[in-house]
Design a protein. Structure first.
Length: 359
Protein backbone atom coordinates (compact mmCIF):
# COMPACT_ATOMS: atom_id res chain seq x y z
CA UNK A 1 0.00 0.00 0.00
CA UNK A 2 1.51 3.32 -1.10
CA UNK A 3 2.21 5.75 1.76
CA UNK A 4 3.26 9.39 2.06
CA UNK A 5 4.08 11.64 5.02
CA UNK A 6 3.29 15.36 5.13
CA UNK A 7 5.36 17.13 7.78
CA UNK A 8 8.92 16.06 8.65
CA UNK A 9 9.37 17.56 12.09
CA UNK A 10 9.79 16.27 15.63
CA UNK A 11 7.33 13.35 15.42
CA UNK A 12 8.04 12.25 11.83
CA UNK A 13 10.51 9.45 12.72
CA UNK A 14 7.77 7.66 14.66
CA UNK A 15 5.56 7.73 11.58
CA UNK A 16 8.23 6.48 9.19
CA UNK A 17 9.18 3.70 11.61
CA UNK A 18 5.52 2.70 11.97
CA UNK A 19 5.04 2.70 8.20
CA UNK A 20 8.09 0.48 7.79
CA UNK A 21 7.03 -1.86 10.57
CA UNK A 22 3.70 -2.32 8.78
CA UNK A 23 5.29 -2.96 5.36
CA UNK A 24 3.86 0.17 3.75
CA UNK A 25 5.52 1.38 0.56
CA UNK A 26 7.01 4.75 1.56
CA UNK A 27 6.56 6.68 -1.67
CA UNK A 28 7.01 10.35 -0.76
CA UNK A 29 7.85 12.86 1.94
CA UNK A 30 6.60 16.44 1.98
CA UNK A 31 7.67 19.45 4.03
CA UNK A 32 7.86 23.17 3.36
CA UNK A 33 11.52 22.82 4.34
CA UNK A 34 13.02 20.44 1.79
CA UNK A 35 16.09 19.99 3.97
CA UNK A 36 13.89 18.56 6.72
CA UNK A 37 12.39 16.01 4.32
CA UNK A 38 15.86 15.13 3.03
CA UNK A 39 17.13 14.64 6.57
CA UNK A 40 14.34 12.19 7.39
CA UNK A 41 14.97 10.28 4.15
CA UNK A 42 18.70 10.03 4.93
CA UNK A 43 18.06 8.97 8.53
CA UNK A 44 16.00 6.00 7.35
CA UNK A 45 18.11 5.23 4.30
CA UNK A 46 15.24 6.00 1.94
CA UNK A 47 16.96 6.42 -1.42
CA UNK A 48 15.40 7.63 -4.67
CA UNK A 49 12.39 8.87 -2.70
CA UNK A 50 10.12 11.59 -4.07
CA UNK A 51 10.49 14.74 -1.95
CA UNK A 52 8.02 17.62 -2.14
CA UNK A 53 7.38 21.04 -0.66
CA UNK A 54 3.85 21.16 -2.13
CA UNK A 55 1.54 18.43 -0.84
CA UNK A 56 -1.10 19.15 -3.52
CA UNK A 57 1.40 18.25 -6.23
CA UNK A 58 2.46 15.22 -4.23
CA UNK A 59 -1.12 13.95 -3.97
CA UNK A 60 -1.67 14.37 -7.71
CA UNK A 61 1.62 12.82 -8.84
CA UNK A 62 2.18 10.06 -6.27
CA UNK A 63 -1.48 9.18 -5.56
CA UNK A 64 -0.77 7.62 -2.14
CA UNK A 65 -3.36 5.32 -0.64
CA UNK A 66 -2.46 6.33 2.93
CA UNK A 67 -1.22 9.77 4.00
CA UNK A 68 0.01 10.72 7.45
CA UNK A 69 -0.29 14.38 8.46
CA UNK A 70 2.27 15.63 10.99
CA UNK A 71 2.20 19.36 10.36
CA UNK A 72 1.45 22.21 12.79
CA UNK A 73 -1.96 21.53 14.32
CA UNK A 74 -3.71 24.45 12.64
CA UNK A 75 -3.05 22.89 9.23
CA UNK A 76 -4.37 19.41 10.05
CA UNK A 77 -7.93 19.98 8.89
CA UNK A 78 -7.30 21.65 5.53
CA UNK A 79 -4.65 19.11 4.56
CA UNK A 80 -6.80 16.17 5.70
CA UNK A 81 -9.72 17.41 3.61
CA UNK A 82 -7.49 17.74 0.55
CA UNK A 83 -6.13 14.21 1.09
CA UNK A 84 -9.63 12.79 1.43
CA UNK A 85 -10.73 14.59 -1.75
CA UNK A 86 -7.74 13.00 -3.49
CA UNK A 87 -8.92 9.54 -2.35
CA UNK A 88 -6.38 8.86 0.41
CA UNK A 89 -7.02 7.37 3.82
CA UNK A 90 -5.54 9.68 6.46
CA UNK A 91 -3.62 9.40 9.70
CA UNK A 92 -3.79 12.75 11.50
CA UNK A 93 -1.46 13.67 14.33
CA UNK A 94 -3.39 14.93 17.33
CA UNK A 95 -5.45 17.01 17.51
CA UNK A 96 -7.72 16.12 14.61
CA UNK A 97 -8.31 19.87 14.12
CA UNK A 98 -8.54 23.08 16.13
CA UNK A 99 -12.29 23.55 15.71
CA UNK A 100 -15.29 21.27 16.00
CA UNK A 101 -16.60 22.41 12.61
CA UNK A 102 -13.36 21.31 10.96
CA UNK A 103 -13.49 17.95 12.74
CA UNK A 104 -17.08 17.48 11.59
CA UNK A 105 -16.09 18.30 8.02
CA UNK A 106 -13.34 15.66 8.09
CA UNK A 107 -15.67 13.00 9.49
CA UNK A 108 -18.41 13.83 6.99
CA UNK A 109 -16.13 13.80 3.94
CA UNK A 110 -14.50 10.52 4.98
CA UNK A 111 -17.92 8.90 5.27
CA UNK A 112 -18.93 10.29 1.89
CA UNK A 113 -15.74 8.97 0.25
CA UNK A 114 -15.77 5.63 2.15
CA UNK A 115 -12.29 6.40 3.49
CA UNK A 116 -10.74 5.82 6.89
CA UNK A 117 -9.62 8.56 9.29
CA UNK A 118 -7.26 7.66 12.13
CA UNK A 119 -6.19 10.20 14.77
CA UNK A 120 -2.85 9.70 16.54
CA UNK A 121 -3.89 9.05 20.10
CA UNK A 122 -1.28 6.32 20.20
CA UNK A 123 -1.29 5.95 23.98
CA UNK A 124 -4.42 3.81 23.60
CA UNK A 125 -2.06 1.17 22.23
CA UNK A 126 0.34 1.20 25.19
CA UNK A 127 0.65 -2.33 26.53
CA UNK A 128 -0.41 -1.04 29.95
CA UNK A 129 -3.44 0.87 28.65
CA UNK A 130 -4.62 -2.05 26.54
CA UNK A 131 -4.58 -4.35 29.57
CA UNK A 132 -6.46 -1.79 31.67
CA UNK A 133 -9.08 -1.47 28.93
CA UNK A 134 -9.43 -5.27 28.83
CA UNK A 135 -10.17 -5.29 32.58
CA UNK A 136 -12.68 -2.47 32.11
CA UNK A 137 -14.53 -4.25 29.32
CA UNK A 138 -14.66 -7.41 31.45
CA UNK A 139 -16.43 -5.47 34.21
CA UNK A 140 -13.68 -6.03 36.74
CA UNK A 141 -13.84 -2.47 38.11
CA UNK A 142 -17.44 -2.89 39.22
CA UNK A 143 -19.10 0.50 39.30
CA UNK A 144 -16.78 3.19 37.94
CA UNK A 145 -16.45 5.92 40.55
CA UNK A 146 -13.88 8.37 39.27
CA UNK A 147 -10.62 8.72 37.40
CA UNK A 148 -7.84 11.26 37.17
CA UNK A 149 -5.27 12.05 34.48
CA UNK A 150 -2.13 14.12 35.01
CA UNK A 151 0.41 15.46 32.53
CA UNK A 152 3.29 16.94 34.52
CA UNK A 153 5.89 17.93 31.97
CA UNK A 154 8.42 20.62 31.17
CA UNK A 155 8.59 22.63 27.95
CA UNK A 156 11.21 25.38 28.10
CA UNK A 157 11.61 28.54 26.06
CA UNK A 158 13.83 26.77 23.54
CA UNK A 159 10.98 24.38 22.72
CA UNK A 160 8.59 27.21 21.90
CA UNK A 161 11.24 29.24 20.09
CA UNK A 162 12.10 26.28 17.88
CA UNK A 163 8.86 26.69 15.90
CA UNK A 164 6.81 29.88 15.70
CA UNK A 165 3.46 28.06 15.57
CA UNK A 166 3.86 26.59 19.05
CA UNK A 167 1.88 28.20 21.81
CA UNK A 168 -0.41 30.10 19.41
CA UNK A 169 -4.19 29.91 19.32
CA UNK A 170 -4.25 29.81 15.51
CA UNK A 171 -1.85 26.92 15.02
CA UNK A 172 -1.42 25.05 18.29
CA UNK A 173 -3.50 25.77 21.38
CA UNK A 174 -1.92 25.46 24.80
CA UNK A 175 -0.49 22.67 26.92
CA UNK A 176 -3.82 20.86 27.11
CA UNK A 177 -4.38 20.85 23.35
CA UNK A 178 -0.81 19.87 22.51
CA UNK A 179 0.55 17.81 25.39
CA UNK A 180 -2.56 16.92 27.41
CA UNK A 181 -5.00 15.82 24.73
CA UNK A 182 -3.73 12.23 24.95
CA UNK A 183 -4.81 12.13 28.60
CA UNK A 184 -8.12 13.77 27.73
CA UNK A 185 -8.64 10.99 25.20
CA UNK A 186 -7.78 8.22 27.67
CA UNK A 187 -9.95 9.65 30.43
CA UNK A 188 -12.94 9.84 28.09
CA UNK A 189 -12.27 6.40 26.57
CA UNK A 190 -12.11 4.78 30.00
CA UNK A 191 -14.80 6.63 31.97
CA UNK A 192 -17.39 7.07 29.24
CA UNK A 193 -17.77 8.83 25.93
CA UNK A 194 -20.76 10.83 27.21
CA UNK A 195 -19.79 13.91 29.23
CA UNK A 196 -22.46 16.14 30.70
CA UNK A 197 -20.49 18.95 32.37
CA UNK A 198 -16.99 20.42 32.61
CA UNK A 199 -15.69 23.02 35.08
CA UNK A 200 -12.15 24.29 34.62
CA UNK A 201 -9.41 26.81 35.20
CA UNK A 202 -6.52 27.60 32.87
CA UNK A 203 -3.61 29.99 33.35
CA UNK A 204 -0.23 30.93 31.95
CA UNK A 205 2.18 30.89 34.86
CA UNK A 206 5.73 30.70 33.51
CA UNK A 207 5.76 30.97 29.69
CA UNK A 208 5.17 34.68 29.17
CA UNK A 209 6.12 34.69 25.49
CA UNK A 210 3.31 32.36 24.32
CA UNK A 211 -0.37 33.16 23.74
CA UNK A 212 -1.83 30.09 25.40
CA UNK A 213 -2.06 28.36 28.77
CA UNK A 214 0.68 26.34 30.45
CA UNK A 215 -1.66 25.04 33.18
CA UNK A 216 -5.10 23.48 32.87
CA UNK A 217 -7.20 22.01 35.69
CA UNK A 218 -10.64 20.53 35.06
CA UNK A 219 -13.41 18.59 36.76
CA UNK A 220 -15.61 16.42 34.55
CA UNK A 221 -19.01 14.85 35.14
CA UNK A 222 -19.68 11.80 32.97
CA UNK A 223 -23.04 10.59 31.79
CA UNK A 224 -22.70 7.27 33.61
CA UNK A 225 -22.41 9.01 37.00
CA UNK A 226 -18.65 8.82 37.31
CA UNK A 227 -16.34 11.81 37.70
CA UNK A 228 -12.98 12.80 36.26
CA UNK A 229 -10.19 15.23 37.05
CA UNK A 230 -7.73 16.40 34.40
CA UNK A 231 -4.47 18.24 35.08
CA UNK A 232 -1.93 19.39 32.54
CA UNK A 233 1.12 21.61 32.89
CA UNK A 234 4.34 22.29 31.00
CA UNK A 235 5.93 24.18 33.90
CA UNK A 236 7.29 21.30 35.98
CA UNK A 237 10.85 21.93 37.18
CA UNK A 238 13.32 20.88 35.88
CA UNK A 239 12.14 18.26 33.34
CA UNK A 240 9.26 15.93 32.44
CA UNK A 241 7.99 14.18 35.56
CA UNK A 242 5.09 11.91 34.60
CA UNK A 243 1.92 11.26 32.72
CA UNK A 244 -0.44 9.21 34.85
CA UNK A 245 -3.92 7.73 34.70
CA UNK A 246 -5.85 6.57 37.77
CA UNK A 247 -9.11 4.62 37.63
CA UNK A 248 -11.17 3.93 40.75
CA UNK A 249 -14.05 1.49 40.76
CA UNK A 250 -16.09 -0.19 43.48
CA UNK A 251 -14.09 -3.38 42.94
CA UNK A 252 -10.83 -2.22 41.40
CA UNK A 253 -8.07 0.40 41.52
CA UNK A 254 -5.46 0.98 38.82
CA UNK A 255 -2.67 3.46 38.18
CA UNK A 256 -0.74 3.74 34.93
CA UNK A 257 2.32 5.96 35.18
CA UNK A 258 5.75 6.50 33.73
CA UNK A 259 6.51 9.17 31.15
CA UNK A 260 3.26 8.60 29.25
CA UNK A 261 1.06 5.97 30.93
CA UNK A 262 3.50 3.21 29.94
CA UNK A 263 3.94 1.57 33.34
CA UNK A 264 1.35 -0.08 35.58
CA UNK A 265 2.15 1.14 39.09
CA UNK A 266 -0.98 0.00 40.93
CA UNK A 267 -3.17 -3.02 40.16
CA UNK A 268 -5.75 -4.20 42.68
CA UNK A 269 -9.03 -6.02 41.99
CA UNK A 270 -11.50 -7.81 44.23
CA UNK A 271 -11.68 -10.78 41.88
CA UNK A 272 -7.93 -11.56 42.24
CA UNK A 273 -7.80 -12.92 38.69
CA UNK A 274 -4.18 -11.91 38.27
CA UNK A 275 -1.24 -11.19 40.51
CA UNK A 276 -0.25 -7.53 40.82
CA UNK A 277 3.50 -8.06 40.50
CA UNK A 278 3.17 -10.16 37.37
CA UNK A 279 0.85 -7.63 35.74
CA UNK A 280 3.30 -4.82 36.47
CA UNK A 281 6.22 -6.74 34.98
CA UNK A 282 4.46 -8.09 31.89
CA UNK A 283 2.33 -5.10 30.88
CA UNK A 284 4.72 -2.26 31.59
CA UNK A 285 7.31 -0.85 29.19
CA UNK A 286 9.96 1.83 29.28
CA UNK A 287 10.03 3.78 26.00
CA UNK A 288 12.88 6.18 25.19
CA UNK A 289 10.61 9.24 25.11
CA UNK A 290 7.04 10.41 25.75
CA UNK A 291 5.89 9.30 22.29
CA UNK A 292 6.15 5.65 23.31
CA UNK A 293 5.72 2.67 21.03
CA UNK A 294 2.10 3.24 20.07
CA UNK A 295 2.45 4.45 16.47
CA UNK A 296 3.23 1.00 15.06
CA UNK A 297 0.11 -0.74 16.47
CA UNK A 298 -1.96 2.36 15.64
CA UNK A 299 -0.91 2.03 11.99
CA UNK A 300 -1.67 -1.69 12.09
CA UNK A 301 -5.13 -0.99 13.45
CA UNK A 302 -5.85 1.49 10.66
CA UNK A 303 -4.68 -0.96 7.98
CA UNK A 304 -6.98 -3.63 9.42
CA UNK A 305 -9.84 -1.12 9.29
CA UNK A 306 -9.05 -0.36 5.65
CA UNK A 307 -9.21 -4.09 4.94
CA UNK A 308 -12.59 -4.29 6.67
CA UNK A 309 -11.45 -6.43 9.58
CA UNK A 310 -12.82 -4.11 12.28
CA UNK A 311 -13.61 -0.43 12.88
CA UNK A 312 -10.65 1.88 13.45
CA UNK A 313 -10.06 2.20 17.21
CA UNK A 314 -9.16 5.90 17.09
CA UNK A 315 -11.37 7.15 14.27
CA UNK A 316 -12.47 10.67 13.43
CA UNK A 317 -15.22 10.60 16.05
CA UNK A 318 -12.75 9.62 18.76
CA UNK A 319 -10.50 12.48 17.67
CA UNK A 320 -13.45 14.88 17.80
CA UNK A 321 -14.41 13.74 21.29
CA UNK A 322 -10.91 14.43 22.64
CA UNK A 323 -10.95 17.83 20.91
CA UNK A 324 -14.40 18.61 22.33
CA UNK A 325 -13.21 17.95 25.89
CA UNK A 326 -10.20 20.23 25.46
CA UNK A 327 -12.34 23.01 24.00
CA UNK A 328 -14.89 22.58 26.81
CA UNK A 329 -12.07 23.12 29.32
CA UNK A 330 -11.02 26.26 27.49
CA UNK A 331 -14.59 27.53 27.31
CA UNK A 332 -15.28 26.94 31.00
CA UNK A 333 -12.02 28.62 32.01
CA UNK A 334 -12.73 31.62 29.78
CA UNK A 335 -16.30 32.13 30.98
CA UNK A 336 -15.84 31.12 34.62
CA UNK A 337 -18.88 28.84 34.38
CA UNK A 338 -19.59 25.13 33.97
CA UNK A 339 -19.93 24.07 30.34
CA UNK A 340 -22.55 21.54 29.34
CA UNK A 341 -21.83 19.04 26.58
CA UNK A 342 -22.27 18.23 23.77
CA UNK A 343 -20.71 21.28 22.15
CA UNK A 344 -21.95 22.10 18.66
CA UNK A 345 -19.28 24.64 17.80
CA UNK A 346 -16.08 25.91 19.36
CA UNK A 347 -12.54 26.63 18.17
CA UNK A 348 -9.20 27.45 19.70
CA UNK A 349 -9.22 30.91 18.10
CA UNK A 350 -12.27 31.78 20.23
CA UNK A 351 -9.84 32.22 23.14
CA UNK A 352 -7.38 34.60 21.50
CA UNK A 353 -6.27 37.38 23.83
CA UNK A 354 -6.88 35.56 27.11
CA UNK A 355 -3.27 36.02 28.15
CA UNK A 356 -1.18 39.06 27.21
CA UNK A 357 2.25 38.37 25.70
CA UNK A 358 5.37 39.99 27.13
CA UNK A 359 9.07 39.21 27.33
Amino acid sequence: MKYALIGCGRISPNHIAAARNNDLEIAALCDLNLDAASAVARHFGLKDLALYTDYVSMLAEVQPEVVAIATPSGLHASIALDCLRAGSHVIIEKPIALSLSEADAIISLAEEKFLQVCVCHQNRFNRSVQYIRKALEAGRFGRLLHGTAHVRWNRNAAYYNQAGWRGTWAQDGGCLMNQGIHSADLLRWMLGEEITEVMAYTDRLTHNSIETEDLALALIRFGNGSYGALECTTSVFPENLEETLYLFGSRGTVKAGGLSDNVIEEWSFADSQDESGQVKSVYGENPPNVYGYGHTPLYADLLDAIKGKHPCLVDGLAGRQALELVLAVYLSAATGRPVHLPLKSCRSLDFSGRFSIHD
